[in-house]
Design a protein around this ligand. Structure first.
Ligand code: BDR
Ligand code: CA
Length: 307
């Protein structure tokens, strides 16, 4: 199985991604690291611990950045609700997070699993930038960094120019891209091509009352937001990034140099540049998105992974 750490700001679609990963035997989840974003950091950590418990995963959770590297962070409850899972009250977890910070944990795990560990970053990419700053060998030790964020050829979602994760910490992405790490971008170009609606979640709840039922309830508020912006369903952003890690064959990618706009009205924009100075990364531009959705739904229809 593929060794993976999910760096996350749970979040409704983060919950979908983590439960999907937990139920997929081809993925060996080594831990979760948390970051501010959809919710403030202490709520993100609590939610990550709860999701691990819910999924029956006895894995470490390390708390990370409370704020972006440079910009200010203003939390908003509009998309995911104040507690992260819409109107579903988040129960307090039984376990605690590690004493180690997310960045230190990422560095240590990358060292211990040299050349084998994939980081799937589904929130602002601050912790990964911190890990790169902290350990000169980190980039060499990590196998691959797959991040959900950005929009190469389509409009943004938090502003007309920017996707939310990158808007929240554009400087962090600049540092990750400059590091020369092997990076794949799973942005709105592909994640808005996989929409799930209320019927999909109702079917998940029938197939699996515990996890599917939780996702159905958590997604009500999230679907309301998408309806307000004229979409017939919610984007499977974060699950698509996890699927891009273990099923890259389902995505079409191109090597592209990405320039990150750090300030001003276009802050957070990820602009392709023909003659940029940064190394090219693999940018997902298309793929078999119906297959991606089917894979996501099938993970829940199959019942929990007991293996
Ligand atoms: C991304 O922003 C967050 O709201 C989601 O969890 C996802 O990671 C989509 O733009
Ligand atoms: Ca997220």
């Amino acid at each position: 199985p593929m060794k993976m750490i999910i760096d996350t700001d749970p979040g409704v679609d983060d919950a979908m991604a983590i439960l999907y990963a937990a139920r997929t035997p081809e993925i060996d989840l080594l831990g979760l690291t948390t970051v501010f974003g959809n919710v403030p950091i202490h709520i993100a950590t609590r939610n990550a611990l709860r999701l691990a418990e819910m999924a029956g995963l006895d894995i470490p959770v390390a708390e990370g950045a409370a704020a972006p590297l440079v910009r200010d962070f203003v939390p908003s409850s509009r998309v995911h609700g104040a507690e992260g899972f819409g109107a579903v009250p988040a129960l307090n977890p039984q376990r605690e997070a590690l004493r180690e910070t997310a960045a230190d944990f990422l560095c240590r795990m990358a060292r211990d699993h040299r050349g084998e560990m994939t980081i799937c970053a589904i929130g602002p990419i601050t912790n990964v930038a911190e890990a790169i700053r902290r350990d000169p060998d980190f980039v060499r030790n990590v196998r691959k960094i797959v991040f959900m964020g950005g929009a190469a050829h389509v409009p943004g979602n938090i502003t007309p120019h920017a996707e939310a994760n990158i808007y929240h910490d554009p400087h962090a992405l600049t540092e990750v891209l400059a590091s020369g790490a092997s990076v794949t971008m799973v942005g709105l170009d592909v994640t808005m091509q996989v929409l799930c609606n209320a019927e999909d979640f109702a079917a998940l709840a029938v197939a699996d009352p515990e996890h599917g039922g939780f996702l159905r309830d958590a997604s009500v508020h999230y679907l309301d937001f998408y309806r307000e912006i004229g979409q017939p369903g919610c984007g499977l952003h974060d699950p698509a990034a996890v699927i891009a890690c273990h099923r890259p064959d389902l995505f079409e990618t191109r090597p592209i140099q990405i320039h990150v706009v750090e300030n001003g009205v276009e802050a957070g924009r990820t602009r392709p540049e023909a003659m940029g100075t940064v190394p090219a990364i693999e940018v997902c531009l298309g793929g078999q998105m119906d297959e991606v959705k089917a894979l996501f739904l099938a993970a829940f229809a199959a019942g929990p992974d007991v293996g």
